[in-house]
Design a binder for this molecule. Structure first.
Ligand SMILES: C[S@@+](CC[C@H](N)C(=O)[O-])C[C@H]1O[C@@H](n2cnc3c(N)ncnc32)[C@H](O)[C@@H]1O
Length: 279
């Protein structure tokens, strides 16, 4: 990945004082911030279509099991990593380009007692700072949209996996023609948005040494998810104190509306792919 692109992506997500902002929102939502539990964080920590429900569905598809050591590529503030740790008994190492996210992921895990099961470090998916065959499995949720050279990323993931390891991903993919309007939650403009079709993902995965195990389009689920969130916000006169709008920072309504328009027109779709390393 070009260094310049990485810096632009990180700037899009960067947010000063993120831990404090989240703690304030937790307090406003009535949580005891001195005694936080993993469940308290659910509404804010899953920065992707479908939130926690989507992560739980994705985990079932991926099939990771207790005791495995997983790599979370583009871990954000660590929501999925904490889910895989608590619900699946996996040890998770998360990496992310955005320093503010990595710092916040670490701090939140410590606060909910998951500092031993999850670790986070600042790194680029384009150059994974791990020895060969370090992980039993790897996953990536809503990150590929920011990665231009997905094949190179997949080659790197294969290198750090144990032989036969599973790599599962859940990304917004290009499924039809048309011009997507910006901003969207993952990019302020097309310079850092690199949508690819499911066929292109499969091709890149296969070229990197994976075989495809399953593919699932989550458009129907996503449509319901966004409609419900919109209805809730309308009924309550705005978003709740605690939500992923905190991570989206500005132009939140516009970002979501552009995604929903893209989904409804069939231009984009959230798609899961599960792949296994070929021997
Ligand atoms: C939409 S967020 C998703 C975060 C998290 N996976 C989740 O679902 O909550 C995309 C994340 O990918 C990270 N990211 C994008 N490109 C990356 C790259 N090349 N290497 C590492 N992280 C990257 C961003 O910093 C951001 O945290």
């Amino acid at each position: 990945m070009k260094q310049e692109t990485g810096a632009r992506v990180a700037r899009h997500y960067a947010q000063d004082h993120l831990e404090e902002t989240i703690l304030d929102a937790l307090a406003a939502a009535g949580k005891d911030t001195d005694r936080l539990t993993p469940n308290d964080l659910v509404a804010v920590e899953e920065f992707h279509t479908g939130g926690r429900e989507a992560t739980a569905d994705f985990a079932r598809q991926a099939g990771f099991v207790a005791g495995q050591h997983l790599l979370d590529i583009g871990c954000g503030i660590g929501g999925a990593a904490r889910y895989f740790a608590t619900a699946r008994g996996c040890r998770v190492t998360g990496i992310d380009l955005t320093e503010d996210y990595v710092r916040t992921a670490q701090a939140l895990s410590r606060r909910v007692g998951l500092g031993g099961m999850t670790t986070f470090r600042c790194a680029s998916a384009a150059s994974l700072p791990f020895a060969d065959a370090t992980f039993d499995g790897a996953y990536m949720i809503h990150v590929g949209m920011n990665v231009e050279d997905k094949r190179a990323l997949f080659v790197g993931v294969r290198r750090v996996l144990e032989p036969g390891g599973t790599f599962a991903l859940f990304d917004i993919m290009r499924t039809g023609d048309g011009e997507l309007s910006y901003p969207v939650p993952w990019a302020g403009n097309p310079e850092t948005s690199f949508l690819a079709s499911p066929a292109e993902y499969r091709q890149d995965l296969e070229a990197a040494g994976f075989e495809i195990v399953s593919q699932r389009d989550r458009s129907g689920f996503a449509g319901r998810f966004f409609a419900e969130a919109k209805a809730r916000a309308a009924a309550e006169g705005g978003p709740p104190p605690l939500g992923t709008h905190i991570l989206m920072k500005d132009n939140v309504a516009q970002k979501l509306s552009n995604v929903v328009t893209g989904l409804e027109s069939g231009m984009i779709a959230p798609v899961e792919l599960v792949a296994r390393m070929r021997y």
